[in-house]
Ligand binder design. Structure first.
Ligand SMILES: [Zn+2]
Length: 477
């Protein structure tokens, strides 16, 4: 069982005559725990059987210093409050209906906007870096998955639909095979490589129902996926460019990256020479990028070495998002080749790469990282206009129209609530800017600006305000 969970060692701790199969560490006596806090108490039956006597379990945490303990508790509290399953619903981004669509979220209007902004920013970045985008079929006949190897290794995770005539069509769990088909659809020359194919297509994976929860594990998702077909000679340069892209994107979110290079495992396919070349390309590119990285020997996939990027959020948790994987196998399964400069057929290397990873998971991470207070360029609503009474709704609407006309995301609160309540509601929604309008503002064509971060910011002319919010919202990776 432990081996199936990825554990390579088993540890046993003993204190007095008490022996415990445990990851440890153990201490001899509680007085060794100076800075601690009890977190919860729970009853449990010995071996989970209610006929057995009940045990009391005390859960606690202990730290080397009081500060470390307090920091842990503060982050723990914040993590609970920022949990995307709770916050995503409160901020009207998401809706879950597990009895009807287990493991698949509904994206509400604000969540959909957030999704599209991320998708568009990524498109723009990739287009300007020589990528092309495609859309590929959602359903494929079984033959494709047999060629790719998914039928053998991944069938249980796929949704396979049997037709009346017995034919099986499967919803795609990955884009890779269809990009191989595209590469093969005509003759390819070295002149068009590296060929970088981007695809944000919808993917389906049949995750076991016990593992589903929020956006972390879902059955339907899309990725900022791409496959790069490259000649062996150009691998290093391509990987260098990729590293720069990943770095650029995560700087944009103010997130730290932890990088891991996984090398040739025991069971590997492909010539030793090719592995050496690929690993040295990855290593050289990492060294050149001056990014710190750790090597995990033998942890690569059987079809090629890879770089995993763990993203550290504001709660100091690490999430696996970006990945760069070299693949020597798939181009062989599909018998891909291009004509090289010597006019000979050559097999390309395929790089599977994603920067956000899945949009769903990444948005879950972002909600928690920002605690729902998104930067202006990403906020689903950038500005809420609040008339002090319904007498000024017409002027309020004028300001909203102006924002919309400029392509900004504004909305008005024309409810009958008092002004203070409207401000509080906007703050609960973590909207970056509020503008309050009444008689004085209407007469002088101005707004009273309030920001989520700084509170009251004073009166600005409409022009000044528009210019400021436009300038502050502009963002590219
Ligand atoms: Zn892939």
């Amino acid at each position: 069982y432990l081996a199936s969970q990825g554990h390579k060692e088993v540890s046993i701790y003993q204190v007095g005559d008490f022996t415990d199969l445990c990851a440890g560490p153990h201490v001899e006596r509680s007085s060794e725990c100076a800075h601690f806090k009890l977190l919860s108490v729970a009853g449990a039956f010995w071996r989970g059987d209610p006929k057995n006597p009940q045990l009391q379990r005390l859960y606690g945490t202990v730290w080397p210093t009081q500060e470390k303990l307090e920091e842990f508790l503060e982050i723990r509290e914040r993590a609970k409050k920022n949990d995307h399953r709770k916050l995503g619903v409160e901020l009207e981004l998401l809706h879950f209906e597990p009895s009807l669509a287990p493991g698949i979220p509904f994206w509400l209007p604000k969540g959909t906007i957030l999704y599209h902004i991320l998708a568009e920013k990524m498109r723009k970045l990739l287009y300007s870096n020589g990528y092309v985008e495609v859309k590929t079929p959602q359903l494929f006949r079984k033959e494709l998955w047999e060629t790719s190897g998914h039928w053998k290794h991944f069938k249980e995770n796929m949704f396979n639909l049997e037709q009346e005539d017995g034919e099986i069509l499967s919803l795609k769990p990955m884009n890779c095979p269809s990009h191989m088909v595209l590469f093969k659809s005509r003759r390819r020359s070295y002149r068009e490589l590296p060929l970088r194919i981007h695809d944000q297509g919808v993917l389906f994976r049949n995750e076991p129902s016990g593992t589903l929860g929020g956006l972390t594990r879902v059955r339907q998702f899309s990725q900022d996926d791409a496959h790069i077909f490259v000649a062996e000679d150009l691998m290093e340069e391509e990987i260098s460019n990729l590293l720069a892209l990943v770095k650029r994107v995560y700087q944009g979110f103010n997130m730290k990256l932890h990088i891991e290079l996984s090398t040739k495992p025991q069971k590997a396919m492909g010539a030793a020479e090719l592995w050496e070349k690929a690993e040295s390309s990855l290593t050289k590119a990492l060294e050149k990028s001056a990014m710190e990285f750790k090597v995990s020997p033998g942890e690569g996939a059987f079809y090629g070495p890879k770089i995993d990027f763990m993203v550290e959020d504001s709660l100091k948790r690490k999430h696996q998002c970006a990945t760069v994987q070299l693949d020597f196998q798939l181009p062989r399964n599909f018998e891909l080749y291009f004509t090289n400069a010597q006019n000979r057929p050559e097999i390309p290397v395929v790089i599977h790469r994603a920067i956000y990873g899945s949009f769903e998971r990444f948005i879950g991470v972002l909600i928690e990282h920002f605690g729902g207070h998104f930067p202006l360029w990403l906020a689903p609503v950038q500005c809420r206009v609040i008339p002090v009474s319904k007498k000024f709704n017409d002027y309020g609407q004028k300001v909203v129209d102006l924002l919309l006309k400029e392509g900004l995301r504004g909305e008005g609160d024309f409810s009958n609530e008092r002004c203070g309540a409207k401000i509080r509601n906007a703050e609960l929604q973590k909207i970056p800017y509020m503008v309050i309008v009444g008689g004085r503002e209407k007469e002088s064509n101005t707004v009273s600006l309030r920001s989520y971060e700084k509170g009251e910011e004073g009166v600005l002319s409409l022009d000044q305000f528009m210019e400021r919010i436009k300038k502050e919202s502009s963002f590219e990776f």
